[in-house]
Design a protein around this ligand. Sequence first.
Ligand SMILES: O=C(O)CCC(=O)C(=O)O
Length: 273
Amino acid sequence: MSDARRKYESDGYHVARGIVAAEKIDAFLRTFADVAALQPELQFPIVSTLGYGPLRRVNGFMQDPVFDVHSLGWLRDEFSPIAETALEMMTCDGIKEQLLALDGSDAHTLVMSTFVDRSSGTAPHQDCYYLDSDPQRRLTAAWIALEDIAPEAGRFYVISGSHKKHFDLTAEQLGDFKSYEKLLADYVAARAGDLYSPELKKGDVLFWNSGTVHGAYKPSSETTSRKSFTVHYIPNSVNFVRHYNAEKLTHSGTFARNGIVCRVDRLTAKMPA
Ligand SMILES: O=C(O)CCC(=O)C(=O)O
């Protein structure tokens, strides 16, 4: 077993520096800005509602994370260049090498992705509340810094060792994520000393397990961006399960890029004309 894997299995996270090329990041950001500027009326799939909406901007920054950037091309032809430049990063050799080192698998499926321009903070949670592998906790997520992340932008954090924690959830916590988030906020407050929030530079990637408790601090600045992707992968030897909001998505197919299978889940909500 590699040293990285041993440490990942004990801590529940791993940081890999500079594995996504700056040119690929720049190409994506430029492409996204061009498409959004040319057709500001276009609606995107939005993470918080799992519905479609225009890109709401304050101080020039998008307020809503965009859902499943990797498969945007399946929604509209105009979105294809965005998806393709995102996939250049999400399926790059550096990411594949790290996934192999961390979970021992050389074949993965990308099951979900998110693009954030500016963060308003993320409540602590384990991804396995929302989505996971079956058998559980074989899902690995990657947080890709698309710029040098300033402290005032609200940095991402993980709780070391928390991937082994199993919460006994009540029916209310299972059915209502706000109630679940309250439980997790109490857990994080009690383990404040184990919070790890590294400085991440453009091209750095923080990997974590679907059991690892993580979140992002609220930003202290209204005018600082926090450009990042989160991308979720499972080894092809396990199944994918969605535990929350499954009814809001329709599995619509798969495609492959650089040896990684990419899952396409369309929002069940009606796509605006
Ligand atoms: O980027 C963030 O602030 C949080 C992302 C996250 O928690 C996730 O994708 O599971």
